[in-house]
Design a binder for this molecule. Sequence first.
Ligand code: MG
Length: 273
Amino acid sequence: VIVTADAPDPDPDPDPDPESVGLPVGIRACLFDLDGVLTDTASVHSAAWTEMFDAFLSGPGCPDGANCQPFTESDYERYVDGKPRLDGTRTFLQSRQIELPDGQPDDTSGTATVHGLSNAKNNLVLQKIKKDGVETFPGSVAYARAVGAAGLHRAVVSSSANTRNVLAVTGITDLFEIVVDGITAREQHLAGKPAPDTFLAAAKQLGVPPAEAAVFEDALSGVAAGRAGRFGRVIGVERHRSDAGRAELRSHGADVVVRDLSELLGPAETPGR
Ligand SMILES: [Mg+2]
């Protein structure tokens, strides 16, 4: 775009076409969660939380009289998925009536404090990512490209402090105008999901009111944040869960639930039709 001194300011998003990407008229921005929506890392986080909590629950740190049964998939979905790391640790421990001191941010991995357990979980995630790499979902990358071509704004909104790293190694950084991640949230004192604050901060930075932005989320905490922020559309993503899981995403705030974002682009064109 060439802008001369005499020309009026160019329209930031001339004629956005949300319907071409399966979104209602009036939507001008898409706010994407990272883990489980853009990248296939939700399973990495789930495995890391399970390994960390099971080591704690089966060890001497689990207090007498507390529920020290192993961590379950349901625990992951209800108490941990999508939340900032420290909130995830605290919320799960509360669910088992286990009280631990917060400790210090640099507590050694595995120390029986909220920080120590959270650090152990993060180390496991980094190890797993280093060992196995990170994959994007092709349907999500295609969708993000289509959203850009349709003239809508694009942001990543994730609780993860590893967001920029993961975007860089997967080569999709350039698809997004802005990133609001765990580091931004800490610096700007934004409450984590299920509070809507990180999504609201992204919309504000893009200059788009919440009613004109769509939220894409795979976590119960994330769709709840979309609902709490009164966003124009909340798209739940569920890839492996049961019908009950789909229903749960809806009951927490998803307007629609898809298996893959490519579904929103409509049926693939068939030759001869
Ligand atoms: Mg997620």
